[in-house]
Design a protein around this ligand. Structure first.
Ligand code: PPS
Length: 319
């Protein structure tokens, strides 16, 4: 049964309030999820166990999807697209935190937040959908409805470092183990949402079959204005240079780190422990150099070359 616009508005308001009121209350520490495979891709166990609503998700033609392997610049791109959709009115982007403005499609219910599918079904169009799903697990309706999808990829070494610190601070993610163990799991594709290699290559190979804009984190760092222009063009939105400049300023790393509606500070402390590592950690290209030993880097490069041999997809690990 369809809900009225007013009912949907009330639902979103309730979720936003729940989020506000729970943010600094003393809370239970979350239990870390274990992983369960869906078609060979490890996902949080409750996502895999309630997979049907995700597969059956009904996309709408004006849904805009931001797809990434974790830690590739999802939140940054969500903020940019929300700014563009609001014609550069940055005050409007402060209406709610990122995870409510742009729900996470496949995420299971993590109290007090409902599942991504439930939240999306109660979100007014045009909906801005976040997903970490690899190409082959995307619900078919996104292709049937010919939705626009922005895929953002980040070089493997910085993705790995960022994901490691995120797993330390996010108590829903599986236990990361030591840095050494984590590096091994990354190479084997044993982390939540699977192999970075399969993910970036899968979406790369699909980009000409659908309406997919494939972006790189490193390009966004190098020249954010140029990359935001690409997104505007892809979405068919024309905005003045002045508005573009405003969006650039609003979406710098520093501005987003200070923005409580974009920095995940409203997520309960028992879930995201910002005292371990900030969600907005460094936002840099090349931070991996501070963590890889010489021998780890050698091993990584050798494995990397083997796994990437058959693709023309190229990354920059420094700019
Ligand atoms: S998630 O959890 O997968 O949705 O995380 P995601 O948003 O994809 O990635 C988080 C990393 O992106 C960095 N970030 C930014 N970098 C530059 N500029 C801006 N505006 C920006 N916003 C977020 C964030 O700091 C994480 O990277 P690291 O390397 O950990 O700092």
């Amino acid at each position: 049964m369809k809900q009225s616009v007013a009912a949907r508005g009330a639902f979103i308001h309730k979720i936003a309030q729940m989020d506000d009121t729970t943010s600094h209350a003393p809370e239970a520490v979350f239990q870390r999820f274990t992983l369960l495979s869906v078609q060979g891709v490890p996902l949080f166990r409750p996502i895999a166990e309630a997979w049907e609503p995700v597969v059956d998700f009904k996309a709408k033609p004006d849904d805009i999807v931001i797809a990434t392997y974790p830690k590739a610049g999802t939140t940054w791109t969500q903020e940019i697209v929300d700014c563009i959709l609001n014609g550069g009115d940055v005050e409007k982007t402060k209406r709610a935190p990122t995870h409510i403005r742009s729900p996470f499609l496949e995420i299971c219910e993590v109290p007090p937040m409902p599942s991504g599918v439930d939240l999306l079904e109660n979100t007014p169009s045009p909906r801005l959908v976040k997903t970490h799903l690899p190409y082959q697990l995307m619900p078919k309706s996104f292709w049937e409805q010919k939705c626009k999808i922005i895929y953002v990829a980040r070089n493997a070494k910085d993705s790995l470092v960022s994901y490691y610190f995120f797993e330390l601070m996010n108590r829903a993610q599986p236990e990361p183990g030591t840095w050494e163990q984590y590096l091994e799991k990354f190479m084997k594709g044993e982390l939540a949402w699977g192999s970075w290699f399969d993910h970036v290559i899968g979406w790369w190979n699909a980009k000409d079959k659908h309406k997919i804009l494939y972006l790189f984190f490193e390009d966004m760092k190098e020249d954010p204005k140029r990359e935001i222009r690409k997104v505007m063009k892809f979405l068919g939105k024309e905005l003045s240079e002045e508005v573009l400049e405003k969006i650039c300023q609003h979406t710098t790393f520093e501005a987003m780190k200070d923005n409580s509606m974009a920095n995940y500070s409203s997520v309960p402390d028992g879930l995201f422990d910002h005292s371990i590592s900030s969600f907005m950690r460094k936002g840099a290209v090349g931070d991996w150099m501070n963590y890889f030993t010489v021998s780890q880097n050698k091993m990584f490069d050798e494995e990397y070359d083997k796994k990437m041999i058959a693709t023309d997809l190229k990354f920059r690990c420094s700019i």
